[in-house]
Design a protein around this ligand. Sequence first.
Ligand SMILES: [Zn+2]
Length: 74
Amino acid sequence: MPTYQYNCKECQNSYNIKLTLAAKEDYVPECQQCGSEKVYQSFARIGVVGGSSATNSSSCDINSCSSANCSSCS
Ligand SMILES: [Zn+2]
């Protein structure tokens, strides 16, 4: 099950939550610390175990990079 990280704009709290893709569609992000809905999803480095639907398998952030291992563009 993918783990998603959310950051709260109100209190800077960050938390991780595991959601199935179906559950995520219904999930209303809410800070688990202050209850604010002013949270945004972070795509920080989280290992997504079992995730196989990544659209970009490249390990670098260069959009034009099509290499899978990016050993030469870091
Ligand atoms: Zn908060």
